[in-house]
Design a protein around this ligand. Structure first.
Ligand SMILES: [Zn+2]
Length: 303
């Protein structure tokens, strides 16, 4: 019996010791594991902090770079604007130069004689011949059998005038256009034979001489008034010309009751639409204008 109890006690002791040993072992394992995990955690935390710092530093660098790039971009944009403006300026300058050149070309290609004032004192050179002459359409001529010429650049204006007048029911024809120096001399001697020197001088053979030699001037008449223009100033054709000729660039060279010349209602000179219109609207006459004022219209002569 005693033996049994002793065995029981020693067995119980053994169980206790075993339990304590297991508990110590488990506890030790737990402690070791805790320290190990704690160490790992500390390391990871440190790594995280380092990475975070690096990232923040990178972000700062990028921000600085972005700021400098933006400044550079603004600068480049400004520079581009300056270049664009300069380019536009150059373009405008070139356009201005081109315009001036084309104006000069136009001016130098327009015969200055075409707007010159002529008188009994100042004649056109006897060798002067217009740059180009064209035949006036026979349908517009008073004498169909006698060809008449006009300055080629004036021809379309004369044709428009004739068509407009006839469209308004006006009887009007061209008696003469261009006259060379030779023709003019012959004409004058014919007049002299018919009317004597004094009588002949009263005609356009003297005063309109140079203007006909230019090729820009025509004498109009009607069936009723004939080649001698008798009573032309009372004709509907003359009234129509007074109201409308300026629209086609023509002006009356020798108006009634002027100080210098005898009245020639049939004799109309081309001076360009703008100038003829100005003279018409202001009720002024070509030969009364200052030559320097007249010359301002040379560039617009055939506009
Ligand atoms: Zn004439």
């Amino acid at each position: 019996m005693k033996e049994f109890f002793e065995r029981q006690i020693s067995f119980s002791l053994f169980k206790i010791v075993l339990t304590i040993a297991i508990t110590i072992a488990v506890f030790s394992y737990g402690v070791i594991k805790y320290y190990s995990l704690n160490k790992n955690l500390t390391h990871t935390k440190e790594q995280f902090e380092t990475t975070s710092q690096n990232l923040q530093s990178d972000i700062k660098k990028l921000e600085t770079h972005l700021a400098s790039t933006t400044t550079e971009n603004i600068f480049l944009n400004d520079f581009l604007t300056v270049l664009k403006t300069r380019n536009t300026d150059y373009k405008n300058e070139i356009e201005d130069i081109n315009l001036t050149v084309s104006k000069l070309k136009k001016l130098t290609s327009t015969d200055p004689e075409l707007l010159q004032k002529y008188s009994k004192i100042y004649f056109l050179n006897e060798n002067y011949i217009p740059e180009e002459l064209s035949l006036i359409d026979t349908s517009f001529l008073f004498r169909k059998e006698k060809p008449e010429q006009i300055h080629s650049k004036v021809k379309p204006f004369l044709e428009m005038l004739m068509l407009a007048a006839r469209a308004d029911g006006i009887d009007i024809s061209v008696v003469s256009g261009y006259r060379s120096f030779g023709t003019q001399s012959t004409l004058k001697s014919q007049y002299s034979v018919l009317y004597g020197t004094n009588g002949a001088n009263r005609f356009s053979a003297d005063q309109g001489y140079s203007e006909h030699q230019l090729g820009t001037t025509v004498d109009f008449t009607t069936k009723k008034n004939g080649v001698m223009f008798v009573g032309f100033d009372k004709s509907p054709a003359y009234s129509w010309l007074n109201e409308n000729a300026h629209r086609f660039g023509f002006t009356l060279s020798y108006p009634a009751s002027n100080k210098y010349y005898i009245f020639e209602p049939w004799h109309w000179r081309f001076v360009g639409v703008e100038f003829a219109t100005k003279l018409h609207d202001e009720n002024k006459h070509f030969n009364e204008q200052a030559e320097r004022d007249i010359n301002a219209y040379l560039i617009k002569l055939f506009d």
